[in-house]
Design a protein around this ligand. Structure first.
Ligand code: KG4
Ligand code: ZN
Length: 342
């Protein structure tokens, strides 16, 4: 198997992005993402609408991924798909599609844990890409998760800490909603934060033991803060948008950085990788670059393309499992709750 050329078709449908990718061994040939705009009007993902949109998007997205990669489906070695965690209705679309296609083409099927994929995305080989050596610390920061994971090997992961309530992406999105910004608000807070003063409005930081996180208190204090100020000045939010966004972002990044610093101290592991949608944030990227210089860490920050949900990260896990002949059979089912080290 060592010299074999392996083509993996990967499918991601855990939340509100329908994505398909083709990998040749550990290299990406294509990575198509159809982002569902429908949720914007509702201020958050509506599960029922997400499943319907996946249903509509999946065939065209897979066709595009194969066409862009210039690969015929007969050349595929296996199909990898996101089994979980995620929204059940959304996962069912990708899971059923992958199972049917593997049956139709008579090729192997490989189930993938979405959160493992956010971490293992660092192993997609690209020009100038830096691949972490084991062991390393991974902070997975997305709309659904916030974890610090000790990665001992590809599939040997230990959760050192996680959120007790909201995920960090949710903290961004819910804060943005309070400010009247559309969903998903994370990227918008990031955009406006770059124009504002991060010290303008100090928000309290939660006191949580060990390496766990909590973000629900921050959301509440932002709500009270905006209610109090808009009572005094109805234009407060418009007048101070950039400073408020910068202050929120500063607080969130400070919470993340203090926990990852603690994890480095506790484990003695100075290799730090991030993954998940929030790793696209300019504040966390900058803070990690600074920590690299200041504390001598080796940091791994994914390309923007591999930060938010995408199928290429599912494909790299598919490739790693293919090499281990770690296949799934047709009895496999989607799993809405699926722990990273299960
Ligand atoms: O990993 P992801 O695409 O989906 C999940 O598995 O959750 O993460 C989406 C999350 C959303 O909460 C979105 O607001 C956040 O990532 N996000 C950001 C940025 N880009 C995406 N948050 C802050 N700053 C950004 N630049
Ligand atoms: Zn994700």
């Amino acid at each position: 198997m060592e010299n074999e050329t392996i083509y993996i078709l990967a499918i991601e449908s855990s939340c509100d992005d329908t994505s398909a990718a083709v990998l040749c061994n550990n290299k990406k040939l294509s990575n198509i993402v159809a982002t569902q705009k429908i949720h914007e009007e509702y201020g958050g993902v509506v599960p029922e609408l997400a499943s319907r949109a996946h249903q509509q998007n999946i065939v065209p997205v897979v066709h595009q991924a194969l066409a862009k990669a210039n690969i015929d489906k007969k050349q595929l070695s296996a199909i990898a798909f996101t089994r979980g965690p995620g929204l059940m209705g959304s996962l069912l679309v990708g899971t059923s599609f992958a199972k049917s296609l593997s049956l139709g083409l008579n090729i192997s099927l490989i189930e993938v844990n979405h959160m493992q994929a956010h971490i293992l995305a660092h192993f997609i080989e690209e020009e100038n890409s830096k691949i972490p050596a084991f062991p390393f610390l991974a902070m997975t920061i997305s709309g659904g998760h916030t974890q610090i994971v000790l990665v001992k090997d590809y599939f040997k992961m230990e959760i050192l800490g996680q959120t007790l309530d909201d995920a960090v992406g949710e903290a961004f999105d819910k804060s943005a909603k309070i400010l009247g910004l559309p969903y998903p608000g994370g990227p918008l807070i990031d955009k406006y934060a770059q124009l504002g003063n991060p010290k303008a409005f100090p928000f309290p930081k939660p006191k949580v033991d060990g390496l766990d996180f909590s973000f629900s208190g921050l959301k509440t204090s932002i709500l009270y803060f905006t209610q109090k100020h808009t009572k005094e000045n109805p234009n407060f939010l418009e007048d101070n948008r950039d400073d408020i966004c910068a202050s929120i972002q500063y607080t969130i990044i400070d919470i993340l950085m203090s926990k990852i610093k603690k994890a480095v101290k506790q484990t003695g592991v100075k290799r730090v990788a991030i993954g998940g949608g929030v790793s696209a944030n300019s504040g966390i990227r900058k803070a990690l670059f600074e920590a690299e210089k200041k504390h001598g860490w080796e940091t791994f920050i994914p390309k923007f393309e591999y930060c938010t949900d995408n199928a290429a990260m599912i494909g790299i896990v598919g490739y790693l499992k293919y090499k281990d002949a770690n296949f799934s059979d047709q009895s496999i089912t989607a799993k809405a709750r699926y722990v990273i080290n299960e």
